[in-house]
Ligand binder design. Sequence first.
Ligand SMILES: [Zn+2]
Ligand SMILES: [Zn+2]
Length: 316
Amino acid sequence: MFDFEKGKIRFIRGGKYPQSNSLLIDDDLRAIIDPACDEKKLRSLKSERPIDIIINSHGHEDHILYNYLFPDAQLWVHALEAAVFKNMDAFIDQFFPPDDMDEKTRADGSQLMTEVIKYQPREPARLLKNKEVLEFGQTRVQVLHTPGHTPGHLSFHFLDEKVIFLADMDLVKFGPYYGDNAASIEETITSLQRLAKIDADVYLVSHGKEGIMDGDPAHIQRYLNVIYQREEKLLDFLASGPKTITEVTTHGSISNGWCGWAAPEMKTGRTFSSRPQHCKAWTFNLATDLWQTVLPADFHQSLQRLAHNFFGLVHR
Ligand SMILES: [Zn+2]
Ligand SMILES: [Zn+2]
């Protein structure tokens, strides 16, 4: 049943989207972080002894997938994530800019989430704070607010076991995902830098083949470097002259699918708004419909123009 055990920590793999790995704290208080690994296994855990607490690392569908199996458990999440649990509109808005969604798209999204992950509004019983230490019996867990992937994303530091559950800072080869409306590249970088400084024997993550790694900060550094490699790749490509969005996405610097970089138009806006110091060298030229390099002097003007206009591009 368990793929990793230490102290009262029990780790259960199931990290292939739309599922994610789960972590059971099998202590006096029984808690599951992200009940999303496998419906049968979770039902079986529940039949052994009730689950007192569900903690969600964040409000993405692949982490709250089987929350509904535990209607009597308390829900603990970060305050910046709470609205996503309480309200379907907030849940959907974390993915898309609200102005960018018509009524039908919203209704279709709501229906999908209700049917597939059985989304039901749920009031968190406790809002977790950065650095607070939770006690479950013999297990002490320090909450780490690690925003970027989502605003209220949490990682969990098991102080005595020297284990960190990094959740969707998932150390996969592909690199960090920050393609949603509520994501931030800048915060992703800061969070990863903070995590790399914590002394740990083991990293547990939500996705990837293994989900279990030795606590070597080089894993985090490699993952973080993917962000800079993506930017280098785009800059290299644009060095040969302006490109259309199709050319950019075909080249692979930015994907137009749901696999790391979302729709290029939205992604461009995010890149600009969250990382100006790193992004001064390229922009999307609205007059010509081409991506191109810009001089740093033009940068702020380009940024503003883009911020005002980029949502309009999506439906062109
Ligand atoms: Zn996620
Ligand atoms: Zn995930």
